[in-house]
Ligand binder design. Structure first.
Ligand code: MF3
Ligand code: CO
Ligand code: CO
Length: 286
């Protein structure tokens, strides 16, 4: 009888898949990737995204940024927050996408619009923007089933000194968080970088709302805290997709939610600003 031949593939031998690459640079890694994927799913409930999913999320993100660019152009004193909702809703639908906020846990509108002391989750309506206001617009389209989530805070008319200060510190906070993103860093490293910066500027970091995995669903694991200690949380690995979205207050961090059960406002009435982006962890960073 014939003896079954067991061929052990050397790390440096040509990959049996025929790519021409060394085995260790090709399919040997694929095995490793699959096991990280499984480990992250089982241990952390984190979905490591496949290339096809990443493409889908990227397309949703491109649509999102085109919507935010239009929003930025329309913002001026006299505009109703409802008008922002109308624009976001119509652009989203026209692109064949769905506005994720609409009906999400009974949220009544297609976008969050948060003015001045509103930290997040402001409901668009009859409020009229006036010169000197700051307004965050948080957009989340679902395109072909894929989610992207981002927001910016805009000036209405001529900014006040306080407005300029909090918007610039919130933007820089997001930047400091993004700079940390690379394989090997942890979610806690991101939070620490943001908290360290924002508090040194004399501002405070909101704790009740956090960044999150995103892409297949609106809010996935892991949570991305905007505060914390280095080394805490989950190590980042390529294929993770999540938001960083620090909410920074000019005064104290304490907040309350209005009767409408959504609108979160600062207790001391101080200004609050936020910037949010959806990021993909890559081999070299993001
Ligand atoms: N876009 C928000 C976030 O960054 C979530 C808004 S939930 C909604 O996670 F229902 F208010 F839209
Ligand atoms: Co988000
Ligand atoms: Co958002």
């Amino acid at each position: 009888m014939m003896r079954k031949k067991i061929v052990k593939i050397g790390r440096n031998s040509p990959c049996p898949c025929g790519s021409g690459k060394k085995y260790k640079r090709c399919c040997r890694n694929r095995k490793k990737e699959i096991s990280i994927k499984e480990e992250y799913k089982n241990r952390h409930d984190i979905i490591i995204k496949a290339p096809r999913q990443i493409e889908g999320i990227r397309k949703a993100g491109i649509l999102l940024m085109s919507i935010l660019a239009k929003v930025e152009k329309m913002i001026k004193p006299g505009l109703k927050t409802e008008d922002i909702n109308t624009l976001v809703h119509e652009m989203t639908i026209k692109a064949g996408a769905i506005p994720a906020p609409l009906g999400y846990r009974e949220f009544p509108k297609s976008v969050c619009v948060s003015v001045n002391d509103v930290i997040c989750h402001g409901i668009p309506g009859e409020r009229v923007l006036k010169g000197g206001d700051i307004v965050n617009v948080d957009v989340t389209p679902i395109l072909d089933g894929y989610y992207a989530d981002a927001s910016k805070t805009f000036f209405v008319g001529t900014p006040t000194d306080a407005g300029k200060k909090i918007v610039s510190i919130a933007a820089e906070s997001l930047k400091r968080g993004i700079e940390i993103v690379a394989p090997g860093a942890t979610t806690g490293d991101i939070g620490h970088a943001i908290q360290d910066y924002a508090e040194k500027q004399g501002c405070s970091v909101v704790r009740e709302f956090v960044g999150h995995g995103v892409g297949i669903d609106f809010h996935e694991q892991p949570q991305i805290l905007h505060f914390g200690k280095p080394g805490e949380g989950v190590p980042l690995v390529p294929g993770m997709v999540f938001t960083i979205e620090p909410m920074i207050n000019l005064g104290k961090r304490d907040l309350h939610v209005l009767e409408d059960r959504w609108t979160a406002v600062t207790n001391d009435g101080s200004l609050s600003a936020q910037f949010e982006q959806t990021l993909l962890v890559t081999e070299t960073g993001w």
